[in-house]
Design a protein around this ligand. Structure first.
Ligand SMILES: [Zn+2]
Length: 168
């Protein structure tokens, strides 16, 4: 399967994003999720030193930038006849893991969970998160098939979990 154009381009994540901001101790506030760049890294707004509030410049954090430009680092395909019976539970598990990841690092997120007739598509900002969720789902529901397709040069990873078992 040939890589789509957007995927063959360099990732517009943290490194690219911060390159233009080098030199200054610029404090940034993401206008979408309100994550704060404190000069060293992105942190949740509520963990910010309140003294910084006047120094914040409106910006877009790497995670929101990635989400908006559809450059997800991780894509997890959850598909198969058995998925439908557990759709709610699986979706909840994905969301829970996304929240936990974001709690550890504000830029590690589940960007989106799309549902289509084949099952679910999960987009994550870091590739390890797609792998981790894939493994968690696979171990929660035995009998499925987990496939991890790493691409070259630290580019997006595609994870497939196929679950064809149909039983309650
Ligand atoms: Zn953001």
């Amino acid at each position: 399967m040939p890589a789509s154009k957007s995927k063959s381009e360099p990732r517009s994540g943290a490194s690219t994003f911060l390159k233009g901001k080098k030199g200054g101790r610029l404090k940034l506030l993401c206008r979408y999720c309100h994550a704060v760049y404190d000069g060293k890294g992105w942190i949740p707004f509520k963990k910010m030193d309140p003294k910084m509030i006047d120094q914040l410049h409106a910006s877009v954090c790497p995670a929101c930038h990635e989400t908006m430009s559809h450059l997800s680092d991780g894509v997890l395909h959850i598909q198969g006849a058995g998925v439908k019976a557990h759709l709610t539970d699986i979706t909840n598990l994905i969301k829970k893991m996304g929240k936990e990841a974001e709690g550890r690092n504000i830029l590690d997120r589940v960007e989106r969970v799309d549902q289509d007739r084949n099952g679910l598509m999960v987009y994550t900002t870091i590739n390890q998160l797609a792998v981790k969720i894939g493994k968690a789902v696979a171990s929660a529901y035995k009998g499925g098939k987990l496939e991890i397709k790493w691409s070259r040069e630290d580019k997006p990873v595609e994870v497939y979990w196929t679950y064809d078992k149909v039983k309650k």
